[in-house]
Write a protein that binds this ligand. Structure first.
Ligand code: NDP
Ligand code: X2W
Length: 349
């Protein structure tokens, strides 16, 4: 009998689901045994994603057709809003299954904040109470003991890995943080949308959700935990013409320390981390350094304005920004080496 963990992927016909398949198919301790889809249900996976021609994968089916009692873990790459009831049903069918949710449905702990930003009451508040926020580097022990892990959004992962250690050590003024972020178009999913058409996204850089993006409260929640106070950040995302990758530029005010002190604090915080790399002074993080990999690179630069610094972080939105971080968390939940299946180096150029 195989000792591999039996894995299901909800939303395998989407981008995060497909990257989970790409990584799990070569994971030494995982066996993909169920894949679900909505409009693509009934198709073979390589009909939907021809780059999987070499894999022998289960057919895409509707989620109701899966026998969840036979699985050890499920990755969920469904749209936010559609996830809460489906996860509740999966857990009812198998209370022992481990859930790695990549959607936003279980990330916000405060139910009023959730309703305010997502436009409806939470549909599984009890499960929300149980969910652990899946930013691996800061919630390792809780993740290892959890049943339901709410993996962070791609923008929050990039911003929080740059800022949480600085907020925790009170090196920056948490009331004066400006985060300017850029994402490749896979961040918007595979479904057809006018703004991600090549003709509309291919030759320009577009800000969107200015002052209103739903990742603001998620970033504020976690910087607030680190700082021990309520925090409000300025966060502006942009769509940039590349397929995958994300770059966050965070402008911060220093609490009587130097930019070199920030870099030293980040280097100390991440010295034993397998996936977070603090760039040497003068080295510029760039999305090409992490494309296709679970690595994050963070760099600190002096601002010419006195008492300010600029922190730049990069990741791949489909790897450390979703499927990769979810696998990192799964490894913790099953007591496997945290890096299992995740040691790919960036695809460069
Ligand atoms: N893309 C990214 O970089 C990141 C995305 N996320 C989050 O992860 C989740 C998935 O994102 P992504 O993969 O980009 O999305 P996609 O739009 O690419 O894929 C969505 C998947 O969900 C399925 N689906 C849609 N509606 C339903 C439904 N009502 N019931 C069952 N299945 C449904 C789709 O099936 P079908 O194709 O067959 O219709 C598809 O498999 C989202 O919540 C997203 O916000 C998080 C971090 C990063
Ligand atoms: C480019 C783009 O559109 N990006 C998505 C973020 C993807 C993500 O992380 O979304 P979740 O919080 O749902 O997981 C957006 O801005 O909504």
């Amino acid at each position: 009998m195989s000792s591999k963990k039996k894995i299901g992927i909800l939303g395998a016909s989407g981008y995060t689901g497909a990257d989970a398949v790409r990584l799990l198919a070569r994971h030494p301790n995982a066996e993909i045994t169920a894949l679900t889809a909505n409009t693509h249900a009934g198709k073979a996976m390589d009909e939907v994603f021809p780059h999987f021609f070499m894999l022998d994968l289960p057919k895409l089916v509707e989620w109701e057709k899966v026998d969840w009692s036979k699985l050890d873990a499920v990755f969920c790459g469904l749209p936010h809003g559609a996830t809460q009831e489906i996860i509740a049903a999966v857990l009812a069918a198998n209370p022992k299954i481990k859930i790695l949710d990549m959607s936003a449905d279980f990330r916000l702990r405060d139910m009023n904040t959730y309703a305010q930003w997502y436009g409806h009451e939470h549909r599984a508040p009890k499960l929300q109470g149980e969910a652990v926020y899946g930013l691996t580097e800061f919630y390792r022990e809780k993740i290892a003991a959890a049943r339901l892990v709410a993996c962070p959004g791609c923008y929050p992962t990039a911003a929080l890995l740059a800022l949480v250690p600085l907020a925790k050590a009170k090196l920056i003024d948490v009331d004066d943080i400006v985060i300017d972020a850029k994402s490749g178009v896979t961040g918007a999913g595979r479904g057809l949308k006018q703004n991600t058409l090549f003709s509309e996204a291919g030759e320009g850089l577009s800000p969107y959700s200015v002052g209103t993006h739903r990742h603001s409260p998620e970033i504020e929640q976690e910087i607030g935990v680190a700082a021990g106070s309520n925090v409000t950040v300025n966060f502006t995302p942009h769509l940039i013409p590349m397929s995958r990758g994300e770059l966050c530029t965070s402008y911060v005010k220093l609490n009587g320390v130097s930019p070199d002190d920030l870099r030293a604090a980040l280097a100390a915080a991440y010295k034993d981390e397998p996936f977070v790399h603090v760039a040497k002074k003068g080295v510029m993080p760039q999305t090409q350094n992490v494309r296709g990999s679970n690595y994050v690179q963070v760099g600190v630069f002096a601002d010419r304005i006195k008492n300010r610094a600029i922190v730049i972080s990069v990741l791949d939105n489909l790897v450390k920004g979703s499927a990769g971080q979810a696998i990192q968390n799964m490894n913790l939940m099953f007591g496997l080496p945290e890096t299992a299946g995740l040691e790919q180096i960036a695809l460069f150029p």
